[in-house]
Design a protein around this ligand. Structure first.
Ligand SMILES: [Zn+2]
Length: 292
């Protein structure tokens, strides 16, 4: 009898151990309010597959996002390799497309379906926007982030932007269902529009110029990028887990928290500090204040 009891006990222990450690997502499913099906059924568009894009994509694949639509027509250089976890030396030497290399690399991390688009943002099929549950921009110029903002707003899709500059970084979110919240276009002046074609650092500082020409090389650091990419991916998760609750109740699920809608989170690595500022909605903004 004693032997039989022990056997039962052992069987029970083995079953219990297997069920915990065989489920890849077990530890995140333990978070109150988590719903893995909302993650695994989600489609997220990522505009820009550079340094921040790498961090964002890595995190989203690890959490089990169903599908990622990646947009970037740029190729990899050796100088990308100090801050892009999904790139490698071989791809850089062959100057392969960033989205193609990311697509290959994430196969080792998860099951996420990757749609790799080597196109300009202007040229992509607009159906890709409509199919996305959240849109993220990880780009280094005003034009691309405004364009992503505008399409996301138009199609009513949550939008999350990030910017990095040396020890500084920003993250902000836009969602058209929150009517009194500012969008990215709200803070853009006429002068910004005139200069839109020039490249700026992602926190708005002009990149060093020479002979009147903008030099498109910014100082960036993987530690800042990882922090900002981490916060941006967390915002994606919050939208995906919290949106149904918000649509039903008009409030954000307290277990998941409110995304940074109409707000800008600023990180200052020199002072080790974060601040959140409320963005002021421009009542004349042609994107979010347009009256039909
Ligand atoms: Zn606006």
């Amino acid at each position: 009898m004693k032997l039989s009891e022990n056997k039962d006990e052992e069987d029970f222990e083995v079953i219990s151990e297997v069920s915990i450690d065989d489920d890849k997502y077990d530890r995140q499913k333990r978070i109150v309010g988590w719903d893995q099906s909302k993650i695994s059924n989600a489609t997220v568009m990522v505009v820009g597959a550079g340094a921040t894009g790498n961090e964002l994509i890595k995190n989203l694949v690890l959490t089990g996002i169903g599908k990622l639509i990646l947009i970037d027509y740029d190729t990899i250089n050796i100088s990308n390799l100090n801050r892009c976890v999904l790139f490698d030396k071989k791809s850089a030497k062959k100057q392969e497309y960033k989205v193609d290399v990311v697509k290959k690399a994430v196969k080792n991390l998860g099951e996420t379906e990757i749609v790799a688009l080597k196109e300009d943002l202007n040229d992509i099929d607009k159906d890709f926007y409509k199919k996305s549950d959240v849109i993220c921009s990880c780009v280094d110029n005003i034009e691309a982030r405004l364009q992503s903002n505008n399409y996301a707003y138009y199609y009513g899709i949550p939008f999350i932007d990030s910017g990095i500059d040396e020890f500084y970084g920003t993250v902000q979110a836009v969602y058209s269902e929150v009517k009194d919240a500012a969008c990215m276009q709200c803070g853009v002046s006429g002068m910004d529009l005139d200069l839109m074609w020039q490249k700026y650092s992602c926190t708005g500082q002009e990149i060093e110029s020479e002979n009147g020409e903008t030099i498109g090389k910014m100082a960036t650091l993987i530690t800042t990028t990882a922090i900002i990419g981490g916060i941006q991916s967390q915002q994606v998760i919050k939208f995906l887990l919290g949106l149904d609750y918000f649509k039903k109740t008009g409030k954000w699920n307290p277990n998941i928290g409110e995304p940074l809608i109409g707000k800008q989170l600023n990180y200052n690595g020199l002072t080790n500090s974060f601040e959140i500022i409320n963005k002021i909605k421009n009542e004349e903004c042609w994107v979010c204040s347009y009256k039909k």
